[in-house]
Design a protein around this ligand. Sequence first.
Ligand code: F6R
Length: 611
Amino acid sequence: MCGIVGYIGHRDAYPIIIKGLQRLEYRGYDSAGIALFDKDLKVYKKAGKVSDLENFVKDLKLEGSVGMGHTRWATHGAPSDRNSHPHSSGDRKLTIIHNGIIENYATIKETLLAKGHVFKSDTDTEVLIHFVEDIQKETGVDLREAVRIALNKVIGAYAIVIMSADEPDLVIAARKGSPMVIGVGQKEYFIASDATPIVEYTKNVIYLNDNEIAYIERDNLLIKNIDNTVQIPYIHELDLKLEMLEKGGYEHFMLKEIYEQPRSIRDCLRGRIYPQEGKVQLGGIKEYAEKLKNVDRIIIIACGTSWHAGLVGEYLIEEYARVPVEVEYASEFRYRNPIISERDLVIAISQSGETADTMAAIELAKEKGATIFGICNVVGASIPRTTHAGVYTHAGPEIGVASTKAFTAQVTVLTLLAFYIAQQRGMIAQSKLVEYLTELNEIPELVERALKSNDRIKEIAATFIKTNNCLFLGRGSSFPVALEGALKLKEISYIHAEGYPAAEMKHGPIALIDEAMPVIFIATKNSSYEKVISNIQEVKARKGRVIAIVSEGDVDVKEMADYVIEIPQTHEAFVPLVATIPLQLLSYHTAVMRGCNVDQPRNLAKSVTVE
Ligand code: F6R
């Protein structure tokens, strides 16, 4: 949520910042702004997308080799020019960009109002920069100390960058709970919410930790904790290629990412399965192999699409490893008083590795003594750095706001984990594992074949672009696939969609079915095939329109359904990986035909760093 970019060095800052904001636009896109030091501190901001900001400044000569930029996802204050970042102090000498929420801003604002401060926006961010100004004026300390004192007093989450008209060769950055990466160049530094704006300039990055403040000059970087102790930063080398951040000829990032799935699943499996030996190896958690033998219960915590992946994980882990699994919304879990013991394993799933609710749920489980594994996509993000161990999904950067390849990569990791735990606990025969892993190894190819139905799916999408409601039904591990299909459709096409276990339809949703209601079934040839056929008949009896995802060569469902989409037959355990593909394409084409912005759906942001 909200993207931050900053630069100090010897190059022109504006092009670096604007390009960086375009890369980070997936984090929020309701307004954007920049600050540049060009003889004086100048601020330009505008409601709308980064392109609106670009148009706004296009006739200006923007110079300066120090600057920062922000793309916003509104929390406090509606999207508007005046609520856009950067925000300035009362005397206009300080300016700030911020990602996160200052929870005690109202109290601070009240005190500042009583002292005569006048605010120009409704944001918590403006309060923070006035607070810094006030501390400087009241105590006479320098800017560095004033920022430190202010950050000791604020409650909430932040990643901030501050510039001062009086100190043109200094940029101050700090974080607590919101991500911040510093790129280290030759007498230049780059600051960003993630590494994507930095990668073309340097591969050397420092991930700022919570409660750290970086004082950045062209040839000097000093990092201190907010208690003023100097920190020794660790420089990581980025494993990110520029072409991963581009559309590569596709119309949208979402479509590119859907088509990347054979590759991303293969990357996720690479070096982790040995089909001929019947062996799964997960380096990131190998130190916990013993612990897994005796684990009492697994609790999976996640949000949104990652939560759906967790539900698939529940089926697989219970089926193969025979460990009880509970799947929890992180946002609910963190506000309960959950019963957790040291014999529990908590698995946090997150594409971004930054989701605020998932982070808070991890902290809670940690306090209660559980072992925490992370399943994350973004390397070096907050969640993988806070968990005890974990497995990366290796899907590569996911830029479309609707999650696609990250979901199938999460399911792939959970599949591996189910077999890994089963293997540790002696729950699976070696010969069976050889069979399963051989089939799993072929999934990238089956996904490739499933993608071949694209044209057919496009034709089907055209038949229901005017619909207002839609139902997705599946049984067993296809139920979470139905949930995911419904989420995809609603988030990018704004069609109301519900996912249900197919048998639950009779207990309520059946009342919705009429000629206008498309019902999408996952009806592959697996253990619940016959039962799903009965459910299809129930829908047809009420004149519902049935679209079915079926196994190649199916005849029975074909006779009943209005439309079928064939996918290659695979073992039940792997159906979610293949059946998800047509649902992603269906949402994509429907949204495109409805004229929606599929990569940046309204009101959403990729990385939800506020609760
Ligand atoms: C939906 C989607 C969201 C995310 C959710 C969790 O397409 O992308 O529902 O899955 O916000 O995000 P992560 O996985 O980054 O924790």
